[in-house]
Design a protein around this ligand. Structure first.
Ligand SMILES: *Cc1c(COP(=O)(O)O)cnc(C)c1O
Length: 231
């Protein structure tokens, strides 16, 4: 199976999940998670229609994507946890950091994105399942983070990200995604979306093993690695 074939199969499954839940395919971005993959595979995915890539490590992403975007206009998102000493490089290199999970990191990103031409886009990561460790652990922490992002001026919030527990139990996965949707609703109440300063509309949830459930629960961005890049 080629990458093009893999993507075609995934597209069919996304369309089915959209049909089941009365959603439009156009509301959803399919990200290619290219971590650990060589750059030629990302190029192949681009040629099959992928316009957004996710990487989990700053150094690896910089090495791989340094020249990529000159030829292949795609967005590049950081999806792995970000250490403070890499915040500067990340703030200058990525289009979006999805793994914003603590106030200290927001302050670092604000400081280092001052030199950018366009605001750094961010998602706030919420911890919604037992197995993953990253993300704000409660709504209160999330609200404080949202406030801090909105006051910063340099960062543009797009929405929320989460990782469901790795399990075959659909109910556990579903409740994890529902918690993210609930958080989005609360954020909208407290900090209504405004185009100029960003919004909370992006829900980055769903990976290779749970993306159909994520579509059914309202995901607007699927982060898929193995199903695209592995045989
Ligand atoms: C690796 C990774 C993915 C992709 O996982 P697959 O199961 O390979 O699709 C998505 N999101 C995050 C945060 C990841 O680290």
């Amino acid at each position: 199976m080629s990458i093009a074939d893999n993507i075609a199969r995934i597209e069919e499954r996304i369309q089915k999940a959209c049909d089941v839940s009365g959603r439009k395919r156009s509301e959803i971005t399919l990200m290619g998670v290219s971590k650990f993959e060589p750059v030629n595979k990302a190029e192949e995915a681009f040629r099959s229609g992928i316009r957004c890539f996710g990487e989990s490590r700053v150094k690896e992403a910089v090495t791989k994507f340094e020249n990529f975007r000159d030829e292949y206009p795609a967005a590049l998102h950081l999806i792995g946890s970000l250490q403070r000493n890499k915040a500067k490089q990340a703030a200058l290199f990525f289009d979006c950091v999805q793994s914003v999970d603590r106030l200290e990191l927001i302050h670092e990103l604000v400081k280092h994105s001052a030199g950018r031409e366009t605001p750094l886009e961010i998602l706030l990561e919420l911890h919604t399942g037992e197995e993953s460790k990253s993300g704000f652990s409660d709504f209160d922490g999330l609200f404080k983070a949202a406030q801090s992002v909105l006051e910063s001026g340099n960062l543009k919030p797009l929405g929320l990200m989460t990782m469901a527990p790795f399990t075959a139990d659909k109910d556990i996965i579903r409740s994890s995604f529902r918690r993210l949707v609930k958080a989005q609703g609360e954020l909208e109440k407290r900090f209504p979306s405004c185009k100029m300063n960003g919004s909370w509309v992006c829900l980055s949830m769903g990976m290779s093993n749970d993306f159909e459930t994520a579509v059914e629960e309202g995901s607007t961005m699927l982060r898929i690695g193995s199903l695209i890049f592995k045989e």
